[in-house]
Every structure is written in structure tokens, then in C-alpha cells.
Design a binder for this molecule. Structure first.
Ligand SMILES: NC(=O)CC[C@H](N)C(=O)O
Length: 274
């Protein structure tokens, strides 16, 4: 198949309600990197007007950060057939990138700073709790070494054998505790899931969950390519490989951030979250 025949449907969870932290950039990154290679791209808003059938059409799912109140509104809508459709997509390996508020709603529950516990979808075995209004939000740069088995192998290969670090920016009040779901990685700089156990994010089937905004994919374009490639391989059942793009600017951006943070990558700096 030539590239012009390939089509990628990006399902974007609640673009209006879950775009507080600039994660729409992840959608733009995936769209552009696909278009530059000649693929056709459709962006499907998976909002309150969407049906379960719309969710089923998605080859790749993006979910951004949100505020507590919006997460409650989303969860009122994401019920029944829509919840089932999203669950089966994720379980069947549709790749996804879910940031901050999105993983909180994919877990068992999120306890916001004010108001009642928001019941999640329970797809990821994790719980998130806001420790109260007198606690400091976790805001700052976040550097993570990817340790999730399959991902770290794939990323290493994409990075020519280098250790796979993700460079991003966190901004959350809630803290997350993982159950059986594998962590995305270990914190090299920042708070991550909870500032205690050194874990950050989660990886389940082909879904990446993270506290990292940025948007994440701008400083880590290989993650965007992994998502696109995984989506196309699954859809077309062919060993599709993506052509290389010039990412020198993004890679320079990563380097600048690491230097600015004075990160010696052999010494993790987990910021303790009390
Ligand atoms: N950045 C976010 O998505 C924030 C999520 C959540 N409302 C929290 O503060 O923990």
C-alpha cells in the first residue's frame, strides 16, 4: 500500500472540556506527522454529541488534561455504550495518549479537592486522590525514564539505542497510586504519580497514561511516531514503518531542558510530595 491509501482516524476525547492544559498540541503533532508522510487524517471529536460508533471508528485516541469539575461532567456523559466502546478499544490495543485528568477518569476513581468522588471507568488499575486544598499543586518540569517493558524496547530502538527519556511538564493536584497496571516509567526529575514511589504514568495494552503536558509529543516526537505506527499496523495488519522526519529542533529542545534542569541522568531527583 502506498502512503496515500492509508488513513488515520484520531479520536479526541472531549476537546472542549478536556483541553485546559494545552494537550490539543498532541492532536496537532499526530495530525501533522501523519500528513507530512502523506497519510489521510480525520479528527473525530469524542464529545457529548458523539456516539459509541464514533468511538469505534478511532484508530488512535487522545485525551488531555482537565479541571476537576470538567472531569465530573465528562464522567456523567461517558456511560453505557460509550463507556463500553472506549473500554473495548483500549482493551483491544488501540493506541492512546492520555494526559493527567484523562488517566484519572480511566482509573477506578478520582477524589477531587471539593465535592464527591468521581467514579472512573476502571480500565486502568489505579486510583487518584487530591490530598486537600492546603496542599501544593505539583507544577514543574517532569523528566521520566520509560521502563514499561514493550515501550522502552521500542523507544530505545527509535532513539538509536539511547535510554528512552520523556521530557515534559506536570501540573496537577491529584496524586495517583497504581495497582497492577504497569508504570510508564520512573521519575528522573519532578513528582510524577505521587512523589513517593518514584513512578510516573501508566502503560496498559497500547495506552500511554502520563502526568506530562508540554504538550508531551512536541519534545518527544518519537512517541507520536510510535502511536501512529502502532495504530496503522493494527488497522491494516501490515508491517508499516514510518519514514524519518527531521526532528533536530525537537531534540535540541529536549537537550536544552535537560541542561537547564542540571539533570545528571544517573541521579533521579524525585520531588517529595507531602
Ligand atoms: N492537569 C490536569 O489534568 C489536572 C487534573 C486534575 N484535575 C488534578 O488537578 O489533578
Amino acid at each position: 500500500m502506498n502512503n496515500q491509501e492509508l488513513e488515520l482516524n484520531i479520536g479526541w476525547l472531549y476537546p472542549q472540556l478536556m483541553s485546559t492544559y494545552g494537550d490539543r498540541g498532541n492532536v496537532i503533532l499526530i495530525e501533522k506527522r501523519s500528513l507530512w508522510r502523506g497519510y489521510k487524517v480525520n479528527i473525530i471529536p469524542l464529545d457529548q454529541n458523539a456516539t459509541a460508533a464514533d468511538i469505534c471508528r478511532a484508530d488512535l485516541i487522545v485525551g488531555g488534561g482537565a479541571q476537576d469539575r470538567q472531569q465530573g461532567i465528562v464522567m456523567q456523559d461517558l456511560q453505557g455504550k460509550k463507556a463500553d466502546a472506549l473500554r473495548s478499544k483500549i482493551e483491544n490495543g488501540t493506541p492512546g495518549i492520555f494526559t493527567c485528568g484523562s488517566p484519572q477518569i480511566l482509573g477506578h476513581y478520582y477524589e477531587p479537592v471539593i465535592g464527591q468522588r468521581i467514579q472512573g471507568l476502571g480500565i486502568l488499575d489505579l486510583v487518584s486522590v487530591h490530598p486537600g486544598k492546603n496542599t501544593q499543586r505539583c507544577i514543574g518540569n517532569l523528566v521520566v525514564e520509560v521502563t514499561a517493558t514493550l515501550l522502552s524496547e521500542d523507544f530505545k530502538e527509535m532513539l538509536g539505542g539511547a535510554t528512552p527519556y520523556l521530557v515534559g511538564f506536570e501540573n496537577h493536584g491529584g496524586l495517583t497510586k497504581l495497582g497492577t497496571t504497569e508504570a510508564l516509567g520512573k521519575v528522573v526529575y519532578g513528582v510524577g504519580n505521587n512523589g513517593k514511589d518514584g513512578t510516573e504514568g501508566a502503560f496498559y495494552r497500547n495506552s500511554i497514561a502520563t502526568y506530562s503536558h508540554g504538550p508531551l509529543l512536541s519534545k518527544n516526537p518519537f512517541v507520536a511516531d510510535w502511536l501512529i505506527q502502532t495504530a496503522l499496523r493494527l488497522k491494516y495488519e501490515q508491517p508499516i514503518s514510518l519514514s524519518t522526519l527531521n526532528d533536530s529542533l525537537a531534540m535540541k529542545g529536549r537537550q536544552v531542558m535537560l541542561e537547564r534542569l542540571g539533570i545528571n541522568l544517573s541521579t533521579p531527583v524525585v520531588l517529595d510530595k507531602k
